[in-house]
Design a protein around this ligand. Structure first.
Ligand SMILES: *[C@@H]1O[C@H](CO)[C@@H](O)[C@H](O)[C@H]1NC(C)=O
Ligand SMILES: *[C@@H]1O[C@H](CO)[C@@H](O)[C@H](O)[C@H]1NC(C)=O
Ligand SMILES: *[C@@H]1O[C@H](CO)[C@@H](O)[C@H](O)[C@H]1NC(C)=O
Ligand SMILES: *[C@@H]1O[C@H](CO)[C@@H](O)[C@H](O)[C@H]1NC(C)=O
Ligand SMILES: *[C@@H]1O[C@H](CO)[C@@H](O)[C@H](O)[C@H]1NC(C)=O
Ligand SMILES: *[C@@H]1O[C@H](CO)[C@@H](O)[C@H](O)[C@H]1NC(C)=O
Ligand SMILES: *[C@@H]1O[C@H](CO)[C@@H](O)[C@H](O)[C@H]1NC(C)=O
Ligand SMILES: *[C@@H]1O[C@H](CO)[C@@H](O)[C@H](O)[C@H]1NC(C)=O
Ligand SMILES: *[C@@H]1O[C@H](CO)[C@@H](O)[C@H](O)[C@H]1NC(C)=O
Ligand SMILES: *[C@@H]1O[C@H](CO)[C@@H](O)[C@H](O)[C@H]1NC(C)=O
Ligand SMILES: *[C@@H]1O[C@H](CO)[C@@H](O)[C@H](O)[C@H]1NC(C)=O
Ligand SMILES: *[C@@H]1O[C@H](CO)[C@@H](O)[C@H](O)[C@H]1NC(C)=O
Length: 642
């Protein structure tokens, strides 16, 4: 009986493996299974036209007078951690992105996480999405898989396909955390209040321990009725009551030691958060709430796939992402709630976001302009007193992925693909750094021109960095600007160091660099930054108290006013495969000398402005320092699993 059930699961898995489960189901859609696209969206090559230079063009020279101490600044944010931007990973794509099971981890993923860890101290990753609601535990899955997916229950054609997982899912996450400092959010299934299926929390707490940040309760409950997960009378009060039922179930479960780590309500805009606050949610559950959360996408691209809603032409939409108004107006509806969260002593999280629901837009979501947008939006969320935000990652058939693993049947031949918004997360980790004390303010200089937003960041109370955007694409150079930074209540240093985020146009997706380095183009990413590090030193005029920082069109520039500790990244080699032809075994002597962060593999970052010091240069002695493994003897693979 069990065996045949497993076999049927296995065959479902094989069928389902050809299909990408979307992260968002639009209203009125009864199945989450999207038709397979002929060309997977993650590799779509659409290049849009950059918007014209605006008329009037923004002034190309302006002065920013920035106070030296946080005590002289009004409207500064709460302290923001370098982990601000994390990732939200749809459960159904864990196998492709993280690895098959706890014995096989995806090396490019470890590298991509390590880049952020070295800048922020940790990486925050949420595992969940619509697919968490119907997830259920099984004791084993065929062929050693930790997670698998099943087609929708035929008894309930409206439901999201279930994800099935074994306890090894948590060892997989835990083993990732033992190599890179990843902290996890998980979600408890919430489709059935008579059977909460608490194994996710039981195993999560037992196996992840301190690496578990929190447990989401309900994913976009404001869409439950529309998606057929609840009946039409579902409302914020019923959600709040069900939240209470879940707390009761957790409290009654002796395998759940901790139930003060819950996160809600994760409403997506159909209900305002205030509708949930008005039920008394926060005061009633304050002892169980680790954070308050919302989810939101600025727009949607549901029409091409599902034929519903309005068709949004990407070329026309592009301009809406390429100015400061976007981030500001996205945050505005949440300012009341972020203040309420602060008063309640709870972090306020954007639990899932990206450029557009239903997979994003071709030519926008994966473009340099999309990355400038996501970075500005992230900094604006931080300024608006969010404590964190998670960029959503789906499968092959979405345009907005920060990173995409090759489909398993070609994983031996291709490497990974990084979407431009990965850089937004990477850069934001440098904007905030590792001290947990960074406070950010939107400066609104240059007459608050929407094409040239700027922010100042204070660390330990002192001005540390200035962030400068130029959203305009103009190859003539006429839209390049020079920002003059003057420090009020102090003076500029003798020089500042500037890291640039560059590409030729907001439209490009392949030629993107951060401080001279790139992760590479489609299907050639192993997760390591390549190329010579290029940190530009700008001499300042201390007598005149001025630093003139040039910013090309388009670009983002991060100006460091204080000396920074070098950024060092441990990297993981991608030379092993799970297939029998090419399986690398681990040299035990490596095991003996490695603790997962081998000192031999440190890469010099900021502070070493000489490119010769960068041991990770693509043309130089690139680090192939072999597999770095923890003492548990993991095999790190670029896998071929089917
Ligand atoms: C990119 O995606 C769009 C929208 O799905 C599609 O029309 C177009 O053919 C794709 N183009 C390429 C080159 O992949
Ligand atoms: C909830 O999900 C589980 C597992 O997928 C399924 O067995 C069950 O029927 C669902 N319950 C409801 C009420 O939809
Ligand atoms: C992972 O899968 C492989 C088969 O590919 C299997 O041999 C191994 O036992 C699995 N590991 C775990 C921890 O289940
Ligand atoms: C890694 O996974 C294995 C199960 O395959 C487990 O025995 C081991 O404890 C895990 N290691 C860590 C550090 O979590
Ligand atoms: C909706 O479901 C709730 C709880 O199961 C039930 O009490 C209520 O009567 C239902 N409402 C409708 C309109 O079916
Ligand atoms: C903020 O939210 C509270 C709680 O829902 C509500 O009472 C209040 O009217 C809101 N204030 C504003 C300015 O929206
Ligand atoms: C700037 O972005 C906003 C919000 O996305 C949009 O409504 C507005 O039209 C854009 N402005 C211009 C001039 O493109
Ligand atoms: C963020 O919180 C700080 C501290 O409470 C407050 O002064 C500031 O006005 C808030 N920012 C916004 C945009 O609401
Ligand atoms: C991989 O699988 C896809 C989807 O079934 C198929 O279109 C493609 O041809 C396969 N590629 C290889 C190299 O087998
Ligand atoms: C920053 O906060 C994290 C917890 O979120 C903590 O682990 C870390 O040690 C803190 N870093 C510093 C420098 O205090
Ligand atoms: C200034 O920064 C210090 C150190 O991070 C912090 O303790 C203090 O609260 C900040 N003051 C203001 C007004 O934000
Ligand atoms: C890549 O970008 C750099 C800097 O913007 C530029 O000099 C170079 O010509 C671009 N290369 C290609 C192939 O577009």
């Amino acid at each position: 009986m069990l065996l045949s059930a497993l076999w049927s699961l296995w065959s479902l898995d094989v069928v389902a493996a050809l299909v990408t489960v979307y992260g968002q189901i639009p209203l009125g859609i009864t199945s989450a299974l999207a038709p397979t696209a002929t060309v997977a969206a993650a590799y779509n090559t659409t290049v849009l036209d950059p918007p014209e230079v605006p008329n009037p063009a923004p002034p190309t020279s302006f002065t920013l007078t920035v106070p030296s101490a946080n005590t002289s600044v009004t409207g500064l944010s709460i302290p923001i951690k370098g982990t601000f931007y994390g990732f939200s990973v749809e459960m159904s794509v864990i196998t492709q992105l993280f690895g098959k099971n706890s014995s096989f981890l995806q090396v490019p993923l470890l590298n991509l996480f390590a880049n952020i860890q070295e800048r922020a101290g940790a990486v925050h990753v949420r595992v969940g999405g619509n697919t968490q609601e119907y997830a259920y535990y099984v004791s084993t899955l065929p062929d050693g898989h930790a997670i698998s997916k099943e087609k929708a229950n035929t008894n309930n054609p409206t439901e999201t396909p279930a994800v099935v997982y074994t306890v090894d899912l948590f060892y997989l996450l835990s083993n990732i955390s033992s190599l890179v400092n990843v902290k996890w959010y998980i979600g408890v299934p919430f489709n059935d209040t008579s059977d909460f299926r608490l194994q996710i929390v039981e195993y999560g707490e037992a196996i992840l321990g301190d690496n578990l940040l929190g447990v989401q309760v309900g994913n976009e409950p404001d869409l439950y009725a529309a998606h057929g997960h609840r009946n039409s009378s579902y409302n914020p009060q019923v959600y709040a009551d069900e939240f209470g039922e879940l707390i009761a179930a957790l409290t009654a479960d002796s395998k759940v030691p901790v139930s003060n780590n819950l996160i809600g309500p994760s409403v997506s805009g159909t209900w305002t958060p205030e509708m949930v606050w008005n039920t008394g949610f926060i005061s009633e559950y304050t002892n169980n709430l680790a954070a308050l959360s919302v989810e939101h996408y600025p727009t949607d691209n549901c029409f091409p796939t599902y034929g519903i809603g309005t068709y949004h032409d990407p070329q026309i939409e592009f301009a809406n992402f390429l100015n400061h108004t976007s981030g500001v107006s996205l945050c505005k509806p949440y300012l009341n709630s972020s203040a309420i969260a602060q008063a309640a002593g709870k972090p306020f999280l954007m639990f899932e976001t990206n450029s557009a629901s239903c997979g994003g837009f071709p030519g926008i979501s994966d473009s340099f302009g999309g990355a400038l947008w996501a970075l500005d939006y992230g900094l604006q969320m931080a300024y608006s007193n969010f404590s964190g935000a998670m960029l959503h990652v789906g499968g092959q058939n979405v345009f907005y992925n920060p990173f995409t693993a090759p489909p398993t049947n070609v994983s031996r031949y291709y490497e990974w693909t990084v979407g431009a918004v990965y850089y937004s997360a990477l850069i934001s980790s440098e904007v905030f750094g590792r001290t947990n004390t960074s406070q950010i303010v939107d400066i609104l200089g240059n007459g608050a021109n929407i094409y040239t937003p700027q922010y100042a960041v204070y660390e330990n109370g002192a001005l540390a960095r200035v962030a400068l955007f130029n959203y305009i694409t103009d190859a003539t150079g006429k839209s390049d600007y020079t920002a003059t930074i003057t420090v009020a209540g102090g003076t500029v240093p003798a020089s500042v160091q500037v890291k640039y985020f560059l590409s030729d146009s907001v439209s490009t997706k392949n030629n993107i660099t951060w401080a001279g380095q790139t992760l590479g183009t489609i299907r050639e990413v192993d997760g390591r930054l390549k190329g010579a590090l290029n940190v530009v030193t700008v001499a300042c005029d201390t007598g005149a108290n001025k630093c003139l920082v040039p910013v090309p069109a388009p670009a983002f520039a991060l100006v460091f006013l204080t000396a920074e500790a070098p950024i060092a990244t441990a990297t993981f080699s991608t030379s092993t495969h799970t297939n029998t032809v090419n399986t690398a075994t681990i040299n035990p002597s490596l095991l003996a000398t490695s603790n997962g962060m081998s000192g031999a593999n440190w890469q010099l970052g900021l502070g070493s402005t000489s490119s010769g010091d960068n041991k990770n240069g693509a043309g130089g002695a690139a680090m192939r320092a072999d597999v770095i493994v923890g003492a548990m003897g993991l095999v790190l693979v670029l896998g071929l699993w089917y």
